[in-house]
Design a protein. Structure first.
Length: 294
Protein backbone atom coordinates (compact mmCIF):
# COMPACT_ATOMS: atom_id res chain seq x y z
CA UNK A 1 0.00 0.00 0.00
CA UNK A 2 1.19 3.50 -0.89
CA UNK A 3 -0.23 6.46 1.03
CA UNK A 4 0.60 9.91 -0.33
CA UNK A 5 -0.60 12.84 1.78
CA UNK A 6 1.35 15.91 0.72
CA UNK A 7 1.18 19.66 0.18
CA UNK A 8 3.52 21.63 -2.09
CA UNK A 9 3.29 25.22 -3.30
CA UNK A 10 4.35 25.26 -6.95
CA UNK A 11 5.31 28.11 -9.25
CA UNK A 12 4.90 27.80 -13.02
CA UNK A 13 4.67 30.00 -16.11
CA UNK A 14 0.95 30.49 -15.43
CA UNK A 15 1.41 31.47 -11.77
CA UNK A 16 1.38 29.73 -8.40
CA UNK A 17 -0.54 26.54 -7.66
CA UNK A 18 -1.07 24.48 -4.55
CA UNK A 19 -0.51 20.73 -4.99
CA UNK A 20 -2.66 18.97 -2.38
CA UNK A 21 -2.90 15.18 -2.60
CA UNK A 22 -4.30 12.47 -0.36
CA UNK A 23 -4.00 9.19 -2.27
CA UNK A 24 -4.09 5.49 -1.44
CA UNK A 25 -2.67 3.14 -4.09
CA UNK A 26 -2.97 -0.62 -3.66
CA UNK A 27 0.10 -2.78 -4.00
CA UNK A 28 0.24 -4.41 -7.43
CA UNK A 29 -2.09 -1.92 -9.13
CA UNK A 30 -1.40 -0.19 -12.44
CA UNK A 31 -2.37 3.45 -11.93
CA UNK A 32 -2.42 6.34 -14.41
CA UNK A 33 -2.22 10.00 -13.42
CA UNK A 34 -4.16 11.98 -16.01
CA UNK A 35 -4.81 15.67 -16.57
CA UNK A 36 -3.98 18.76 -18.57
CA UNK A 37 -0.48 20.20 -18.74
CA UNK A 38 0.33 22.04 -15.53
CA UNK A 39 -2.08 19.99 -13.42
CA UNK A 40 0.73 18.74 -11.14
CA UNK A 41 1.38 15.27 -12.61
CA UNK A 42 5.16 15.54 -13.04
CA UNK A 43 5.59 17.29 -9.68
CA UNK A 44 3.76 14.38 -8.05
CA UNK A 45 6.24 11.99 -9.69
CA UNK A 46 9.23 14.06 -8.63
CA UNK A 47 8.06 14.18 -5.02
CA UNK A 48 7.38 10.43 -4.95
CA UNK A 49 10.82 9.71 -6.45
CA UNK A 50 12.61 12.04 -4.02
CA UNK A 51 13.65 14.55 -6.69
CA UNK A 52 11.50 17.26 -5.07
CA UNK A 53 10.50 17.74 -1.45
CA UNK A 54 6.96 18.52 -0.29
CA UNK A 55 6.38 21.51 1.97
CA UNK A 56 4.59 19.20 4.37
CA UNK A 57 3.08 15.75 4.51
CA UNK A 58 3.85 12.03 4.40
CA UNK A 59 4.62 9.28 1.91
CA UNK A 60 4.25 5.82 3.41
CA UNK A 61 5.16 2.73 1.37
CA UNK A 62 4.42 -0.68 2.91
CA UNK A 63 4.32 0.89 6.39
CA UNK A 64 7.74 2.53 5.90
CA UNK A 65 7.99 6.32 5.91
CA UNK A 66 9.74 7.67 2.85
CA UNK A 67 8.67 11.20 3.78
CA UNK A 68 7.34 12.54 7.07
CA UNK A 69 7.91 16.27 7.50
CA UNK A 70 6.80 16.18 11.15
CA UNK A 71 9.57 13.66 11.93
CA UNK A 72 12.14 15.22 9.57
CA UNK A 73 12.20 12.09 7.37
CA UNK A 74 12.94 12.50 3.66
CA UNK A 75 14.71 9.50 2.10
CA UNK A 76 17.10 10.20 -0.75
CA UNK A 77 16.15 8.87 -4.21
CA UNK A 78 18.77 6.12 -3.84
CA UNK A 79 17.02 4.81 -0.72
CA UNK A 80 13.59 4.66 -2.36
CA UNK A 81 12.72 1.46 -4.18
CA UNK A 82 11.68 3.14 -7.44
CA UNK A 83 12.38 2.57 -11.12
CA UNK A 84 11.98 5.55 -13.46
CA UNK A 85 11.30 5.55 -17.21
CA UNK A 86 11.16 8.87 -19.05
CA UNK A 87 9.93 9.88 -22.49
CA UNK A 88 13.46 10.80 -23.61
CA UNK A 89 14.97 7.41 -22.49
CA UNK A 90 17.96 9.10 -20.70
CA UNK A 91 20.40 6.37 -21.77
CA UNK A 92 24.18 6.81 -21.59
CA UNK A 93 25.24 7.23 -25.26
CA UNK A 94 28.82 6.04 -24.70
CA UNK A 95 27.70 2.73 -23.13
CA UNK A 96 26.36 -0.40 -24.77
CA UNK A 97 22.92 -1.75 -23.95
CA UNK A 98 24.40 -4.18 -21.46
CA UNK A 99 26.64 -1.53 -19.88
CA UNK A 100 23.61 0.77 -19.41
CA UNK A 101 21.93 -1.99 -17.40
CA UNK A 102 25.08 -2.87 -15.46
CA UNK A 103 25.60 0.77 -14.48
CA UNK A 104 22.22 0.69 -12.67
CA UNK A 105 23.12 -2.51 -10.78
CA UNK A 106 23.97 -2.05 -7.12
CA UNK A 107 27.37 -3.23 -5.94
CA UNK A 108 27.42 -6.92 -4.94
CA UNK A 109 23.99 -7.49 -6.54
CA UNK A 110 23.31 -10.64 -8.55
CA UNK A 111 24.44 -9.85 -12.11
CA UNK A 112 22.32 -12.65 -13.58
CA UNK A 113 19.34 -10.28 -13.53
CA UNK A 114 20.93 -8.48 -16.51
CA UNK A 115 20.58 -11.60 -18.67
CA UNK A 116 17.04 -12.18 -17.39
CA UNK A 117 15.98 -8.64 -18.28
CA UNK A 118 17.63 -8.71 -21.72
CA UNK A 119 15.67 -11.87 -22.44
CA UNK A 120 12.45 -10.42 -21.04
CA UNK A 121 12.54 -7.38 -23.34
CA UNK A 122 14.02 -9.38 -26.22
CA UNK A 123 17.30 -7.45 -26.51
CA UNK A 124 19.84 -10.26 -26.09
CA UNK A 125 21.02 -9.85 -29.69
CA UNK A 126 21.49 -6.10 -29.29
CA UNK A 127 23.29 -6.03 -25.93
CA UNK A 128 26.62 -4.89 -27.46
CA UNK A 129 25.08 -2.02 -29.44
CA UNK A 130 25.11 1.62 -28.37
CA UNK A 131 21.83 3.58 -28.02
CA UNK A 132 22.41 5.71 -31.16
CA UNK A 133 22.27 2.57 -33.31
CA UNK A 134 18.88 1.48 -31.92
CA UNK A 135 15.34 2.43 -32.92
CA UNK A 136 13.18 4.49 -30.58
CA UNK A 137 11.25 1.41 -29.50
CA UNK A 138 14.44 -0.51 -28.79
CA UNK A 139 15.84 2.37 -26.74
CA UNK A 140 12.66 2.52 -24.71
CA UNK A 141 12.93 -1.22 -23.99
CA UNK A 142 16.49 -0.61 -22.74
CA UNK A 143 15.21 2.18 -20.48
CA UNK A 144 12.47 -0.11 -19.17
CA UNK A 145 14.92 -2.94 -18.46
CA UNK A 146 17.34 -0.53 -16.74
CA UNK A 147 14.57 0.71 -14.47
CA UNK A 148 13.97 -2.88 -13.31
CA UNK A 149 17.60 -3.80 -12.56
CA UNK A 150 17.27 -3.05 -8.84
CA UNK A 151 13.90 -4.86 -8.56
CA UNK A 152 11.97 -1.77 -7.43
CA UNK A 153 8.71 -1.80 -5.51
CA UNK A 154 7.32 1.01 -7.66
CA UNK A 155 7.76 1.69 -11.39
CA UNK A 156 7.17 5.29 -12.52
CA UNK A 157 6.47 5.87 -16.22
CA UNK A 158 6.45 9.51 -17.36
CA UNK A 159 4.68 9.46 -20.76
CA UNK A 160 7.10 6.74 -21.88
CA UNK A 161 5.48 6.00 -25.26
CA UNK A 162 4.27 9.40 -26.48
CA UNK A 163 7.08 9.83 -29.05
CA UNK A 164 6.45 6.49 -30.76
CA UNK A 165 4.15 5.51 -33.63
CA UNK A 166 0.93 3.64 -32.88
CA UNK A 167 2.22 0.17 -33.81
CA UNK A 168 5.33 0.51 -31.65
CA UNK A 169 3.25 1.98 -28.80
CA UNK A 170 1.05 -1.10 -28.79
CA UNK A 171 4.03 -3.46 -28.73
CA UNK A 172 5.63 -1.59 -25.85
CA UNK A 173 2.33 -1.49 -23.96
CA UNK A 174 2.48 -5.29 -24.06
CA UNK A 175 6.08 -5.28 -22.77
CA UNK A 176 5.17 -2.91 -19.93
CA UNK A 177 2.16 -5.00 -18.89
CA UNK A 178 4.34 -8.10 -19.05
CA UNK A 179 7.04 -6.72 -16.74
CA UNK A 180 4.38 -5.20 -14.45
CA UNK A 181 2.96 -8.68 -13.86
CA UNK A 182 6.20 -10.68 -13.83
CA UNK A 183 7.94 -8.35 -11.35
CA UNK A 184 4.78 -7.89 -9.22
CA UNK A 185 5.17 -4.13 -9.52
CA UNK A 186 3.05 -1.24 -8.43
CA UNK A 187 3.17 0.87 -11.59
CA UNK A 188 2.25 4.55 -11.82
CA UNK A 189 2.14 6.15 -15.28
CA UNK A 190 1.53 9.62 -16.67
CA UNK A 191 -0.36 9.47 -19.97
CA UNK A 192 -2.67 11.62 -22.11
CA UNK A 193 -3.65 8.76 -24.44
CA UNK A 194 -7.12 7.55 -23.45
CA UNK A 195 -6.96 4.31 -25.44
CA UNK A 196 -3.62 3.51 -23.78
CA UNK A 197 -5.05 4.25 -20.33
CA UNK A 198 -8.14 2.11 -20.92
CA UNK A 199 -6.02 -0.78 -22.14
CA UNK A 200 -3.42 -0.77 -19.36
CA UNK A 201 -4.81 0.79 -16.22
CA UNK A 202 -6.57 -0.49 -13.09
CA UNK A 203 -7.18 2.98 -11.64
CA UNK A 204 -7.10 6.53 -13.03
CA UNK A 205 -6.36 9.58 -10.88
CA UNK A 206 -7.37 12.77 -12.66
CA UNK A 207 -5.68 15.99 -11.53
CA UNK A 208 -6.72 19.56 -12.14
CA UNK A 209 -4.81 22.53 -10.73
CA UNK A 210 -3.06 20.33 -8.17
CA UNK A 211 -6.20 18.65 -6.87
CA UNK A 212 -7.73 15.22 -7.47
CA UNK A 213 -11.05 15.77 -9.24
CA UNK A 214 -11.80 12.13 -10.14
CA UNK A 215 -10.64 8.65 -9.12
CA UNK A 216 -11.81 5.31 -10.46
CA UNK A 217 -11.38 2.72 -13.18
CA UNK A 218 -11.07 3.98 -16.78
CA UNK A 219 -14.71 3.27 -17.64
CA UNK A 220 -15.84 5.40 -14.68
CA UNK A 221 -13.52 8.26 -15.58
CA UNK A 222 -14.00 8.43 -19.35
CA UNK A 223 -17.56 7.23 -19.93
CA UNK A 224 -20.83 8.72 -18.76
CA UNK A 225 -22.24 5.25 -18.11
CA UNK A 226 -20.86 1.76 -17.64
CA UNK A 227 -20.97 -0.27 -20.85
CA UNK A 228 -21.52 -4.00 -20.39
CA UNK A 229 -21.23 -6.81 -22.88
CA UNK A 230 -19.35 -9.89 -23.98
CA UNK A 231 -16.58 -7.84 -25.61
CA UNK A 232 -15.26 -4.33 -25.22
CA UNK A 233 -12.69 -2.37 -27.25
CA UNK A 234 -11.55 1.20 -27.40
CA UNK A 235 -10.81 3.03 -30.64
CA UNK A 236 -11.04 6.25 -32.63
CA UNK A 237 -13.70 7.23 -35.16
CA UNK A 238 -12.04 7.86 -38.55
CA UNK A 239 -15.09 8.00 -40.82
CA UNK A 240 -18.88 8.41 -40.52
CA UNK A 241 -21.42 7.67 -43.27
CA UNK A 242 -25.14 8.27 -42.69
CA UNK A 243 -27.70 6.13 -44.53
CA UNK A 244 -31.29 7.04 -43.67
CA UNK A 245 -31.55 6.58 -39.91
CA UNK A 246 -28.39 4.50 -39.58
CA UNK A 247 -24.76 5.52 -39.21
CA UNK A 248 -21.85 3.44 -40.51
CA UNK A 249 -18.81 4.16 -38.35
CA UNK A 250 -15.25 3.25 -39.32
CA UNK A 251 -13.29 2.86 -36.10
CA UNK A 252 -9.53 2.46 -35.74
CA UNK A 253 -8.97 -0.21 -33.08
CA UNK A 254 -5.26 -0.72 -32.65
CA UNK A 255 -3.97 -0.92 -36.22
CA UNK A 256 -7.21 -2.42 -37.59
CA UNK A 257 -10.18 -0.63 -39.14
CA UNK A 258 -13.59 -1.93 -38.04
CA UNK A 259 -16.98 -0.89 -39.45
CA UNK A 260 -19.88 -0.70 -37.00
CA UNK A 261 -23.51 0.12 -37.81
CA UNK A 262 -25.37 2.07 -35.10
CA UNK A 263 -28.69 3.88 -34.93
CA UNK A 264 -29.27 7.63 -34.97
CA UNK A 265 -29.29 7.98 -31.17
CA UNK A 266 -25.68 6.76 -30.98
CA UNK A 267 -24.25 7.99 -34.27
CA UNK A 268 -25.58 11.54 -34.45
CA UNK A 269 -23.51 12.75 -31.49
CA UNK A 270 -20.20 11.47 -32.85
CA UNK A 271 -17.64 13.25 -35.01
CA UNK A 272 -14.44 12.07 -36.67
CA UNK A 273 -11.64 11.92 -34.11
CA UNK A 274 -13.83 10.94 -31.15
CA UNK A 275 -12.44 8.23 -28.86
CA UNK A 276 -15.10 5.56 -28.27
CA UNK A 277 -15.66 2.30 -26.49
CA UNK A 278 -17.31 -0.44 -28.56
CA UNK A 279 -19.15 -3.21 -26.72
CA UNK A 280 -21.82 -5.82 -27.36
CA UNK A 281 -25.25 -6.22 -25.85
CA UNK A 282 -27.64 -8.92 -26.99
CA UNK A 283 -25.38 -9.39 -30.05
CA UNK A 284 -25.81 -5.74 -31.07
CA UNK A 285 -22.92 -3.28 -31.00
CA UNK A 286 -22.97 -0.34 -28.59
CA UNK A 287 -20.73 2.68 -29.24
CA UNK A 288 -20.16 5.25 -26.50
CA UNK A 289 -17.94 8.31 -26.60
CA UNK A 290 -15.33 8.20 -23.84
CA UNK A 291 -13.79 11.67 -24.12
CA UNK A 292 -11.31 13.77 -25.99
CA UNK A 293 -7.54 13.33 -25.79
CA UNK A 294 -5.92 16.31 -24.09
Amino acid sequence: MIHIDIHKQLTSSIGSMSLDLDLHIKKGDFVTIYGKSGAGKTSTFRILAGLMSPDEGKIIVDDKAWVDTTADINLSPQKRSIGLVFQDYALFPNMTVRENLEFALMRDADITIIDDLLELVELEGLQDRRPATLSGGQQQRVALARALVQKPQILLLDEPLSALDIEMRQKLQEYILKVHKEFHLTTIMISHDISEIVRMTDQVIQLEEGKVIKKGNPAEIFANIQVGGKFQFTGQVVNIVQQDFLFILTILIGKDLVKVVVDESEGSSLVIGDKVVVASKAYNPIVKKIGEAL
